[in-house]
Every structure is written in structure tokens, then in C-alpha cells.
Design a protein around this ligand. Structure first.
Ligand SMILES: Cc1cc2nc3c(=O)[nH]c(=O)nc-3n(C[C@H](O)[C@H](O)[C@H](O)COP(=O)(O)OP(=O)(O)OC[C@H]3O[C@@H](n4cnc5c(N)ncnc54)[C@H](O)[C@@H]3O)c2cc1C
Length: 809
């Protein structure tokens, strides 16, 4: 074993092997993989090897597509048989909602170049004669699905990496990890030490334990998972003989099961409701290529459906039942990337579908390590999407929810209940008493809307307009015509202090820093000119700033700021040590003025002012801005004051007709003002030029990414963020939810990033990226909403108050 290497990858499952392979592909060949037993000894060896490209997140779907496309290549190059069966796959729908979901999935796949067909139940039956047609209304067929041999694939990755110079040490256990002051690592194993510049935790079933070696509690949990293999079946042999083809794989949502051909038999796996975590506190190091005791009673409800949907199965004997553990993160997506706050430490774990995702995970992690950028949109997989709040018990609750919902639809307006409420702000009980319907983001509860008195605070889940629609419309009217009050603590908040803060931030930000007492909007870019984040910057002293950004990006952004920190500068994540309430609407000034001595007249407190003032008896920082695009104020206080502040503003607002509004209304209001949002319009794959962040882009100073911005401005951006007015189907209106394809001239040319019904303007609006040459005001497009292509006109400016008079009034 080498005593030093550029990278040590810990774990020789399919994911570690893929990371190793991709590092060598990118030219990092001084790399070592350390495996405690033999390759595949974790969850990899007993996997069913199924692979499919379909995923609720189109960017993850793209990486799954990449993974599937890789197998032939690594098979050829390594000479290792991967057992590739491209049998195609059916996703079967038993009802209208599921059919809608499949149509939306097909539509999303279009802009990724995925060719999937919607077929009838009869066509599905013709492809898969074992099924009973009466239980299905249709299906999605994807040719690019199938199954592989898990061991063959892992060895093929390893073989290619070895050919390129990588070293693989099996039967070598990493028992400890120690970081040196220069950020490099001593990897302690039972066969000696390796000094490494970088470490990658691809520990699979033991990723949590490997994390603990450096004091990290990764949100990963293993679940037991069962599949069974039948005796050979006559129906299978008949189909093979008659068609010359293998049966396709099938996913059956009602049965919560997947089924595929295995030799002359069928393999059937379930994601049962009565799911069971495995080793929830500590994975034993002694576990080695073992299986768990099967429990057929647990999967009996799924088997009952299976015997109804595929009657021949009931006649077939069971040859084998496999029960094995594999890992999940709370939302079911992998954890990939640099660990926030720990130098040269990377993770590639919680990969629950290693044979669909392993290649994409390896590719993006290797690019991130070698080029400093994953090269694809991996927001849904970034380890930084969870903060320290994702504790062991939270992970346990969420993973069980996720596992048992694997084949359930999660509607775009659905808020899943497990692990909640976790973080609440002090006004939580007050808002609950006023019938708030709650949502959660980054562990924090925030009000979505306020149900009418006497009615149950519950939202119907749907792809169309829900029972919230008329109530949110009223909330929007309150804001636009009187004054609305809402919780705004669900921003990420940071404080930057210390000599040199201004110079440091100026080098990072695309806009000039505001003067003391002012706020402005800015972006931060990577050297390639991609958006790392977008922030409101409030300056309270020469070297003293508050930054406000998207809450879900808190760990992502703070990882980046801390990774670039300058000497003498202090960067603090404020979290819930600073909470807020926001007043918005034409009456906002009158309400606030009635409880403060500070003059709020526009000449004294103009738009984009940020100052420390007293509100009643409460010390507050008050910014004159709101995301509603109306006259408004964000009032920031220490948490112990938030309830008093709420009571004060509520009382003071009564003469002005104050009403509460929630996040749904905010999203509607921001759409009619054409305000983009993080993780939708602004993501690390876009640039500020494409996203039309021109107001935040000042080329009069030097900042990271400036050269790339100038180059893009000179050649013109390839794509541009458009703002669309959509005509929904009048018979059954539905608005965009995001990721819908945008059509032009009979072809898919772009995709929707987000949208909403703008209640006050009575228009269905969307943002989306299209090729720049098509982004002409007035141009007509079509946006595909639940299988229907609806007309969409590209608008040149906000539908409400384009000159911004309301905000500045
Ligand atoms: C029953 C079952 C069926 C499945 N079917 C499918 C399927 O059809 N399709 C699909 O895509 N996925 C399937 N999966 C999931 C799939 O198995 C996993 O996604 C995949 O194996 C994850 O691979 P990994 O490399 O992350 O983890 P693992 O396979 O667990 O590998 C981690 C490796 O790290 C090693 N290691 C850990 N700690 C150390 C240490 N300290 N020192 C040295 N080595 C260490 C372990 O020994 C292990 O070999 C199934 C899983 C199960 C249980």
C-alpha cells in the first residue's frame, strides 16, 4: 500500500469504485481506494441491479441517464462482464393522478433528450403479458431501462481505474482519520497509514461511522429491503420464445413494488409501508456480506396486490428471498460534495440507487474535486442541503417516511409531515391560532397561507389549483390594497464584520457595496461566472454587514464564504438568532410609523434604507424593502422580541385593515413583479447574464467571475431567462410548478424554472430559460402543463408596476 496519495477513497462499493474511476478519467491517477473487506462487501453485492432514468428531479434524471450509458464502455475497457440487460421499463399507472404524474415526468424528460412514451394499458399488457390490464389506466415506457450485474459493474469501474494507475487495497480497514494543520489527512488503517491531500467518504452502510471519525453526523440511515425470486415460470419462457425478448422491468405504484425478469423467473421487490431501519444507531464493523432475516409478513400487503396484478405469480413457487440493508438521506437523494467546514473532505454516500446513480455521482464528485465545479446541476444531491439540524432522530423519521412513500406521488403543493415541527419561531403559536397552514424548509416551519376562521387549516394536494387558491387571492388583495403582515424569518442571515470586510465582500460581489445605512441586491459568482448565490446586502458600518439569502442555501453559501474567508474577517451564520416580520402594502408605512419615533417619510427613510431603530420598545434593524414589490419593511429582531413585535404590529395595523399573508401569496406577488428566486431562476448552472441580473452586475470593480461575465456579454448568452404569460386550460386550469418543457416551432427549446398564478393581476405566470435568439418580447411559445401544451407569451416587463412606483412611494 502506498504511504501517500493525492486522494484516498474510503469504500469499495459501486459508488467508491465509480468515484475512483472518474478521478482517473480526469487525470488524477495518484489515487487509492481502501476497502475493509472485498469490493462490493456493503450493500452492493446483493442489489437487484435494476436501473432506470426516471426521477422526480430532472437533473438527477440526467445523471441517471449518464450512468446507464456508461456500462457498455466500462465493460469493453475493463474486459469485465457487467451483465447488461436493456429490457426497457414500464412505469404503470393505476389512476388519473398517477397518469398525470407520468405525463409530467415524460414532459420533463423531453428537454433532457429522454425519449419516453406514454402508452395505454392494453399496450403495456402486450409488452408485459403477466399483468392484469384492468388494474391499470396506462403506462410510461422507457427503452433505456434494464438491469446489470452489481459485482460486474463494480469490478469494471475498478478495473478501468487500475489500468489508469489507481491502487485498490482490499481487506484494509480505515479505523481513524486525522487532519493535519495544513488540511491534509492521515488515513489510519489496519495495514498502515496513508498521507492524503483529500479523502472521500464512500463508506455506504458505514458512511455515518466514517463521518463520526471526524466528528461529523451525516444524515444517513440504512433500511432493510426485500426482494424475492420465483421459480422459473412458464409464462416467462413463452414470452421470451414468442418475442425473442426479455420481459421489461415494471414499476407498479399501487403495489409499491417493482418486478423484472431474472433468468427464467421473476424478481419482485417492495417498498413496504411497515418499513424497518437497520442498525439505526451504529453499523457493526463485523457485518460482512451478510443478509438479514426475511420477513414475508411485512411485505404481505404488497404481495397480495402483486398476486392480483400479476396472477401467474401466485402460482409460482418462491426460490429465494433476499433481505439486505441500503442507505438513504432524509429526502432520498445522495449526499455528494465537499463537507461544509472541513477542508479536503468529500462525501459520496446515501446513494439508494447505486446502479442508476453511481456513475453520475462519481462523475460530478470527481469534477468538483478536480475542476472545483461539479459541471452539472447537482443542487438536489449537494451534501450542504442539510444543516446540523438533520439529527439522527430526524433522519430516522424522514427516511422511513421517504422509504414508505417511494411509490407515492408527492404533489407540488404537498408538505410531508415526518420530523415536524422541528424549528419554530416564537410567533409559531400565534400564527397557528390564526389558522396558519404550515410548510417546512431547511427544518424551519413557515406559514404557507392562513385558512379562513372556522375551517380546517389543511391544503388539498393536487397538480391543479387547491382549496388555498381563493384564500391566497384574498391575501394578495390585502397586501396590494391595504397592508399585510408575514413571518420572514425563513431567510438565511449572515453577519460579516472585522477590518477588511468591505474589501473582501467587494471582491466577491457583482454589485458595488451599498453605503452605510443602505441595502442592495448582489450576486456572487465562481471563477467560471456561474451564480454561487444572490443576496441582499445591508451595510450598518464601514466593515459591518448583514447578508440575507435563501434559507435552503444556508450551508451551501456559508461553505463557500468560509472557504474564501480573508484574514481579519469574521463571518457568522445568524440562523434563528435573528428573526423577522414583514409589513407590506400601501398601508405599511402608516402602521409602522404609528409605533416608532423614527421618521419613515420617504425623504428620511427612502426605499432600500436599512437602519437600527426602535419599534415600540423593541430594538430592531429595519430594511425598507419587501419581496412583494410593494411599499414594505422587513423588521429584524432578536427572537425574544418577536412575539411582542407581532402583537404590536397586529394591534397597530387594525385601523389600516392589516391581514396576515403567507408564502403562497408571497410567491404569487413576486411573480407579478418579475422577481426571481434562488434554486429556481438562480442556480449554480446559470450565469447572471443568462438570468438577467443586470441590476446587480456592475463592471466598475473587480470581482470573482468578472472575466467570464465580460466574455459572455461580448459573445451574448446562449440562453436567457424569459418571463411568460400563460393561458391555462379554461376547463381545468393548472399553473406551472417548475421543470415543464417550453416548446417553440414544434420542438422543445427550454424549461420552466418556476411560476405561479398572479392573483392580483389575474394571470398565470412563469419563468423559464430559452435560447437567447428566441427571447424576443411578444414571442409566442407553448408550455406543457400536465400533458397539454398551453400558449405562453414572452413578456418584456413585470405585469404589475414595471417602473417600481409602489416600492418607492
Ligand atoms: C436488497 C437490495 C436491493 C437493491 N436493489 C437495487 C437495484 O435494483 N438498483 C439499484 O440501483 N440499487 C439497488 N440497491 C441499492 C444499492 O445496493 C446501493 O445503492 C449501492 O450498493 C450503494 O453503494 P455504495 O458504494 O454507496 O455502498 P456500499 O455497497 O455499502 O459500499 C460501501 C463500502 O465501503 C466499505 N467501507 C465502509 N467503511 C469502511 C472503512 N472504514 N474502511 C474501509 N472500507 C470501508 C464497505 O466495506 C463497503 O464495501 C439495492 C439494495 C438492496 C439492499
Amino acid at each position: 500500500m502506498k504511504s501517500s496519495a493525492q486522494v484516498v477513497v474510503i469504500g469499495g462499493g459501486v459508488v467508491g469504485a465509480s468515484v475512483l474511476y472518474h478521478l482517473t478519467e480526469l487525470g488524477w491517477t495518484d489515487v487509492v481506494l481502501v476497502e475493509r473487506k472485498e469490493l462490493t462487501a456493503g450493500s452492493t453485492w446483493h442489489a437487484a441491479g435494476g436501473m432506470h432514468a426516471l426521477n422526480g428531479d430532472p437533473n438527477v434524471a440526467k445523471l441517471q441517464q449518464y450512468t446507464i450509458g456508461l456500462y457498455r464502455e466500462i465493460e469493453e475497457r475493463s474486459g469485465q462482464n457487467c451483465g447488461i440487460h436493456m429490457s426497457g421499463g414500464l412505469t404503470l399507472a393505476g389512476d388519473r393522478e398517477r397518469m398525470d404524474w407520468l405525463r409530467m415526468a415524460q414532459a420533463r424528460g423531453r428537454y433532457l433528450g429522454m425519449e419516453m412514451e406514454i402508452i395505454s394499458a392494453a399496450e403495456a399488457k402486450a409488452m408485459f403479458p403477466l399483468l392484469e390490464e384492468q388494474y391499470f389506466v396506462g403506462a410510461l415506457f422507457d427503452r433505456a431501462e434494464g438491469h446489470v450485474d452489481p459485482t460486474g459493474v463494480t469490478r469494471a469501474y475498478a478495473g478501468c481505474a487500475r489500468q489508469a494507475g489507481a491502487e485498490i487495497c482490499q481487506h484494509t480497514w480505515v479505523s481513524d482519520l486525522r487532519q493535519r494543520p495544513d488540511g491534509t489527512w492521515d488515513v489510519i488503517t489496519d495495514a498502515g497509514e496513508i498521507h492524503a491531500e483529500h479523502i472521500v467518504n464512500a463508506g455506504g452502510l458505514w458512511a455515518r461511522e466514517v463521518g463520526r471519525m471526524i466528528g461529523l453526523e451525516l444524515p444517513v440511515l440504512a433500511m432493510e429491503h426485500m426482494y424475492l425470486i420465483t421459480e422459473d415460470m412458464a409464462g416467462v419462457a413463452e414470452h421470451n420464445a414468442a418475442t425473442g425478448r426479455e420481459l421489461p422491468m415494471a414499476m407498479d405504484f399501487d403495489g409499491e413494488l417493482y418486478i423484472r425478469q431474472e433468468g427464467g423467473a421473476m424478481l419482485l421487490g417492495t417498498y413496504e409501508q411497515a418499513c424497518v431501519p437497520w442498525s439505526p444507531h451504529q453499523t457493526p464493523w463485523t457485518f460482512d456480506k451478510q443478509l438479514l432475516t426475511p420477513d414475508l409478513d411485512r411485505i404481505a400487503p404488497s404481495l397480495e396486490v402483486a398476486f392480483k396484478h400479476y396472477p401467474a405469480l401466485a402460482e409460482a413457487g418462491i426460490k429465494n428471498v433476499i433481505n439486505g440493508p441500503f442507505t438513504f438521506a432524509p429526502d432520498g437523494n445522495p449526499l455528494v460534495g465537499p463537507v461544509p467546514g472541513v477542508r479536503n473532505c468529500w462525501v459520496a454516500c446515501a446513494v439508494m440507487a447505486g446502479f442508476s446513480q453511481g456513475g453520475g455521482v462519481g462523475l460530478t464528485l470527481a469534477r468538483w474535486m478536480v475542476h472545483g465545479d461539479p459541471g452539472e446541476d447537482i443542487w438536489a444531491m449537494d451534501v450542504a442541503r442539510f444543516g446540523n439540524w438533520a439529527s439522527l432522530a430526524y433522519t430516522n423519521a424522514k427516511v422511513r417516511e421517504n422509504y414508505s412513500r417511494r411509490f407515492r406521488i408527492t404533489f407540488p403543493n404537498e408538505e410531508l409531515p415526518a420530523g415536524r415541527p422541528l424549528h419554530t419561531t416564537p410567533v409559531y403559536d400565534r400564527l397557528t391560532a390564526r389558522n396558519a397552514v404550515w410548510g417546512a424548509g431547511y427544518g424551519l416551519e413557515h406559514p404557507l397561507w392562513f385558512q379562513r376562521p372556522g375551517e380546517e387549516p389543511r391544503e388539498d394536494v393536487t397538480f391543479r389549483r387547491s382549496n388555498a387558491f381563493p384564500v391566497v387571492a384574498d391575501e394578495c388583495t390585502t397586501v396590494r390594497e391595504r397592508v399585510g403582515l408575514t413571518e420572514c424569518s425563513n431567510f438565511a442571515k449572515y453577519r460579516v464584520t472585522g477590518a477588511g470586510s468591505a474589501a473582501w465582500l467587494q471582491r466577491l460581489f457583482t454589485n458595488r457595496l451599498p453605503r452605510v445605512g443602505r441595502i442592495n441586491l448582489t450576486a456572487a459568482l465562481d471563477p467560471g461566472g456561474h451564480i454561487v448565490g444572490e443576496f441582499s446586502v445591508a451595510r450598518v458600518g464601514t466593515d459591518d454587514f448583514f447578508l440575507f439569502g435563501s434559507q435552503i442555501a444556508e450551508a451551501h453559501h456559508s461553505r463557500w464564504f468560509l472557504g474564501h474567508l480573508a484574514d481579519g474577517v469574521r463571518f457568522d451564520v445568524l440562523g434563528l438568532s435573528l428573526v423577522g416580520l414583514s409589513l407590506a402594502g400601501p398601508g405599511a408605512r402608516d402602521v409602522l410609523q404609528s409605533v416608532t419615533d423614527a421618521s419613515l417619510a420617504t425623504e428620511d427613510y427612502p426605499f432600500m434604507t436599512f437602519r437600527r431603530i426602535d419599534v415600540g420598545m423593541i430594538p430592531a434593524h429595519v430594511g425598507r424593502m419587501t419581496y412583494t414589490g410593494d411599499l414594505g419593511y422587513e423588521i429584524w429582531v432578536a427572537p425574544e422580541y418577536q412575539r411582542a413585535l407581532f402583537d404590536l404590529l397586529w394591534q397597530a395595523g387594525q385601523p389600516y385593515g392589516v391581514g396576515l399573508f403567507g408564502f403562497r401569496a408571497l410567491m404569487s406577488l413576486r411573480m407579478e413583479k418579475m422577481f426571481g428566486t434562488w434554486a429556481r431562476e438562480y442556480r449554480p448552472i446559470y450565469t447572471p447574464v443568462q438570468a438577467r441580473m443586470h441590476r446587480s452586475l456592475k463592471l466598475d470593480h473587480d470581482f470573482t467571475g468578472r472575466a467570464a461575465v465580460e466574455a459572455e456579454l461580448a459573445r451574448g448568452p446562449a440562453r436567457t431567462l424569459g418571463y411568460f404569460d400563460i393561458s391555462p386550460d379554461p376547463a381545468e386550469p393548472a399553473d406551472v410548478v417548475g421543470d415543464e418543457p417550453i416548446w417553440h416551432g414544434g420542438a422543445v427549446v427550454g424549461w420552466v424554472t418556476s411560476g405561479a398564478y398572479a392573483h392580483y393581476s389575474r394571470r398565470s405566470l412563469a419563468f423559464g430559460y430559452v435560447p437567447s435568439e428566441l427571447a424576443v418580447p411578444g414571442a409566442m411559445f407553448e408550455v406543457e402543463i400536465i400533458g397539454q401544451r398551453r400558449p405562453a407569451r414572452l413578456l418584456p416587463e413585470p405585469v404589475l408596476d414595471p417602473a417600481g412606483h409602489r416600492m418607492r412611494a
